[in-house]
Design a protein around this ligand. Structure first.
Ligand SMILES: [Zn+2]
Length: 585
């Protein structure tokens, strides 16, 4: 499945980067840009500019940059498709996936075939015990059908026999449905109730199985495959989304049976992580569909740990418009057993009485002995690195103030141990004086001139740089401006492959040089000369290196290319070419 580029154009067109960034970070308008603390390096003065006209962001310190899609990918750690989904859902658009094009991430059709096969098995002849198990948990046939629950017989080859012999080995392998040993494929799921797992598009991507008789493990999941990444998926999310266009709230639980049990009793908005702790991608995904989240955990020690993990993974991307609550069950109960025993109203009451994220966080601080200086110091030491994970300035301020009050010291002015910062090597540059090589400056200036006067793309002047593969991207950009002079910078950015070049381009967009057409042309000329001179310098450096020591194969090829690209090749050049081609190692 792929996303049509026309839809991406539409998204870029309709999305507003100020809105996208502003929902997550505190923006202040100054001059033609909005500014905020950069979330991609440890920033103390706002160094990230967000430009509404150009629909770009750029950090002057760590140089992270791009359009709204880039921002989401970096900020919420999303892959391209997830970033598109996030942006689309915030605009109320549905991503129109295209069928047909083969794609590595496309779920294997075998998983769906297996789901249907297992589903048929869930009958009185084959699956007596499984049906009894479901009945004991008051799961009706209707609910079983809703979640496509099935049954895998306790046989090594039931599924492989059903699928037949014509399926290529690599497809069997990729599906995650079999274990492969001594050139034979064995059914992975045996003697288990099957809970199929769907992605947000509704495609079957994996399954979980609960054992029916004695045996280990009690729960078994599909292994990770090209299309199933368990730290990214939530069981039940598709089913909620299918039923509710605008999801009012989501309850995050731990197991499939919790989701299904709650559904059976009328709570139809639960989703489950798949045997992992709540990850940052889970949180980002959930926040994409709702702004009210309940995390439900067991009341024991493990549940407490899991809840804290959820706090830590939520803090970096928390927003003011999102409400997060925690529900803890008494020991010996999980959501499924609780609702079975006490019913819907009791569960609803638990949700009503749930504690908010801030209450939960502050309760952790209050666990320290705040009567003593030592206790307060320990509490502050515990809180500071966690608070520093918050990127949203307003929320950070509130938490810092609360903790300062509890601990009797100003935690805002206290430093975080260095290793708890986000590591970003790019941020190690001196912000006051980032060293920009002339070559890079020249490139940025060319972009600036083109952005201001796209018509200059028609000029002959660029020919000087032609045929050097190093500048292919520049010619791609020029070609774009030749075809459509009023193309949006954001679209140009999407066409650049290298993130480094994207950074330079963004820098030019944000810099917004005010140039007359005449000056812009002059600037381009100068810059091209710089780039060419740079080539000349490189030629001399490589020649010297050749004469004094030796050059690598890559350098040799580079030098050959520089010479061959010259408009006029001198006798001296010819000698060099001869030398370089005869003396190969
Ligand atoms: Zn930055």
């Amino acid at each position: 499945m792929s996303i049509p580029s026309s839809f991406i154009d539409q998204l870029i067109d309709q999305a507003d980067i100020v809105e996208v960034v502003g929902r997550r970070l505190q923006l202040n308008k100054k001059g033609s840009n909005f500014w905020c603390l950069c979330p991609f390096h440890d920033d103390s003065n706002p160094s990230m500019a967000v430009n509404q006209d150009k629909q770009f962001f750029y950090c002057f310190v760590c140089q992270e940059s791009g359009n709204a899609i880039h921002f989401l990918r970096q900020y919420e750690n999303l892959d391209f498709v997830d970033a598109i989904e996030t942006l689309a859902s915030s605009l109320g658009l549905t991503v129109p996936y295209e069928n047909g094009k083969q794609d590595r991430m496309k779920p294997s059709g075998l998983v769906e075939q297996a789901v249907r096969f297992y589903q048929k098995n869930l009958n009185d002849q084959i699956a007596k015990k499984a049906i009894q198990y479901l009945k004991d948990r008051s799961i009706t046939g209707e609910t079983a059908k809703k979640f496509n629950i099935g049954f895998a017989e306790d046989k090594w080859d039931a599924l492989s026999n059903h699928l037949g012999k014509d399926i290529p080995v690599n497809e069997l392998e990729a599906s995650g449905l079999f274990s492969h040993k001594d050139n034979k494929f064995y059914d992975r799921f045996r003697g288990r109730i099957i809970f199929p797992i769907r992605n947000i598009k509704g495609e079957f991507i994996a399954m979980g199985g609960r054992i029916i008789d004695e045996g280990e493990p009690k729960y078994l999941n599909s292994p990770e495959t090209a299309f199933f990444n368990k730290s990214n998926e939530l069981f039940g999310l598709f089913e909620v989304k299918e039923a509710e266009k605008k999801i009012a709230s989501l309850i995050v639980v731990e197991g499939y049976m919790d989701v299904i049990g709650l559904y059976q009793h009328g709570i139809k908005n639960a989703v489950a992580t798949l045997g992992t702790a709540v990850t940052p991608s889970h949180v980002a995904k959930i926040m994409r569909y709702t702004n009210k989240i309940f995390f439900a955990f067991d009341g024991d020690l493990a549940g407490g740990k899991a809840a804290w993990k959820a706090v830590e993974n939520t803090f970096p991307i928390i927003r003011e418009d999102v409400n997060i609550h925690f529900v803890f069950f008494e020991a010996d109960h999980d959501p499924d057993s609780f609702i079975n025993e006490y019913g819907l109203q009791a569960f609803q009451k638990l949700l009503d009485e749930s504690i908010s994220l801030s209450e939960y966080f502050l309760s952790k601080i209050k666990d320290f002995n705040l009567e003593t200086l030592e206790g307060r110091a320990q509490a502050a030491a515990f809180a500071i690195p966690v608070i520093h994970k918050i990127n949203n300035a307003v929320i950070k301020e509130i938490y810092a103030n609360e903790v300062s009050q509890l601990c009797g010291m100003d935690v805002k002015t206290m430093h975080v141990p260095q290793d708890s910062y986000k590591t970003n090597q790019k941020a190690n540059q001196n912000p006051a004086n980032p060293v920009i090589p002339v070559r890079v400056k020249a490139l940025i200036n060319i972009f600036s001139a083109l952005l201001k006067h796209p018509a200059l793309a028609q000029e002959e002047i660029f020919k000087g740089l032609k045929e050097d593969v190093k500048f292919t991207f520049l010619f791609d950009v020029i070609a774009l401006y030749q075809q459509s002079p009023d193309i949006k910078p954001s679209r140009v950015l999407e066409s650049l492959e290298s993130s480094q070049i994207q950074g330079y381009f963004s820098q030019a967009v944000i810099a917004e040089l005010d140039l007359s057409e005449e000056n812009a042309l002059k600037l381009i000329e100068d810059c091209i000369n710089v780039l060419l001179k740079n080539q000349k310098d490189r030629e001399q450096i490589l020649k010297d290196k050749y004469n004094v020591t030796s050059i690598t194969k890559v350098e040799r090829r580079d030098l050959q290319k520089i010479i061959l690209n010259k408009e006029e090749i001198s006798d001296d050049d010819r000698d060099w070419l001869k030398k370089l081609s005869s003396n190969q190692d």
